[in-house]
Design a protein around this ligand. Structure first.
Ligand code: GSH
Length: 373
């Protein structure tokens, strides 16, 4: 079988799984879930999608030809991908789209954000309908095999539970028999089923494809608990009318490494996106900020000059980028810490979230990037 037929068959298989269960392999919990997720996402309408790898088309060339980076994102997750007062999509995940656009196009605003449901994430990568997926998505082995290439972990998260402060639930010891509101097509759904099964406890899932419905059902009192990535719970709680009426319970039941992804089949593009992320992280480590990037071009630190394209070649020649591509990305959105603090720092735009393990490795966290050189 040719690679193209194989890929197309694989795509059909994944689409049918998505139709049956919403979300590829993340369907272990579906014995407990309803059918709200059965609509075909718009992104899957094309019956014979153009597969980038097969067409030999370079995503960088496509982005340059279009003059725009098509970024799969979210528009309703406070802090990560959401609308500001002027209707612009902003957030921690969205800033990466701007950084990549600044690096490859020299224009941070040349970005089209495509809002995606959880169940759209695999299909839009498989059909290469987006150049980059930068929205809450956990890197798992099956998604890596089936969906696309996962770049580098941008946010270390874990799954937790939220309950009403007066629910009487204070830990998982009180969970048996609980009703739990959850989003379909997510790792959340599978972890929830695993967690209860592993402990021989019963639960009833109240499941929806859209997170907004999950939380409004929870707020309406239809569930004892709701569960998701802890960052997402913090985001949602911050948006509630009375946040203090809700408690996020201590502890995480899973690892959720949130990781932007690109379509399979274009190594140079995969490398380019990773490199932009490495640059944002190294910039923080080296003290390069959006404010000082110009003056840092003449820094005495050779690693700083190299990052900013003033010394040697960090790979831009091979990738078809300009020497100042990474400097442009940093100038546009700032370093990793600036991005984090813009939304989650003290006085940030969204809500306060301590950096904890999302701090630099030099500060005791897990954020670490290979050197740019
Ligand atoms: N990190 C988990 C959870 C993802 C998740 O819950 N995503 C939510 C919020 S970002 C979602 O996509 N909801 C669908 C929607 O609200 O449209 C995963 O990758 O599966």
């Amino acid at each position: 079988m040719s690679r193209k037929s194989y890929l197309f068959l694989a795509l059909l298989l994944v689409m049918s799984l998505a139709l049956a269960a919403c979300g590829g392999t993340d369907n272990a919990a579906n014995q407990n879930t309803a059918n709200e997720a059965n609509a075909v996402p718009e992104a899957m309408d094309d019956p014979e999608p153009e597969l980038i790898a097969e067409a030999g088309e370079s995503i960088l060339e496509r982005v340059k030809a279009n003059g725009t980076l098509v970024c799969g994102g979210r528009t309703s997750l406070l802090g990560f991908g959401y609308l500001d007062a002027d209707g612009n999509t902003i957030g921690f995940d969205i800033d990466l789209c701007h950084a990549v656009a600044a690096a490859v196009l020299g224009d941070a605003d040349a970005v089209e954000i495509v809002p995606l449901d959880a169940s759209d994430r695999g299909p839009v990568l498989q059909t290469a309908e987006v150049d980059l997926l930068s929205r809450n998505v956990t890197w798992t082995s099956s998604r890596d095999a089936q969906w696309g290439n996962f770049t580098t972990i941008m946010f270390y998260d874990g799954q937790g539970f939220m309950t009403r402060a007066d629910s009487g639930i204070t830990s998982s010891d009180d969970f048996d028999g609980a009703t739990v509101c959850v989003t379909t097509g997510t790792t959340t759904e599978q972890n929830l089923a695993d967690f209860f099964r592993q402990r021989g406890m019963e639960f009833e899932a109240v499941a929806f494809a859209e997170t907004a419905e999950v939380y409004s059902a929870y707020e309406d009192g239809r569930c004892d608990l709701t569960t998701s990535d802890l960052s997402q719970l913090a985001s949602v709680r911050a948006g509630f009318a009375a946040p203090d009426d809700h408690v996020i319970l201590e502890g995480a039941i899973s690892k959720e490494p949130l990781t932007p992804a690109v379509p399979h089949g274009d190594d140079a593009w995969f490398d380019t996106v990773k490199l932009v992320m490495f640059a944002l992280i190294n910039a923080e480590e080296l003290g390069v900020t959006s404010a000082n990037v110009e003056e840092m071009k003449s820094s005495e630190n050779i690693n700083v000059r190299r990052l900013l394209g003033e010394e040697g070649d960090w790979g831009y020649g091979d990738l078809g980028l300009s020497a100042d591509a990474l400097a442009n990305a940093i100038a546009a959105v700032g370093n990793y810490g600036e991005i984090y603090n813009r939304y989650f720092g003290e006085g940030g735009l969204a809500f306060e979230l301590p950096r904890a393990i999302n701090n630099l490795w030099t500060e005791g966290g897990l954020i670490y990037a290979p050197p740019v050189k």
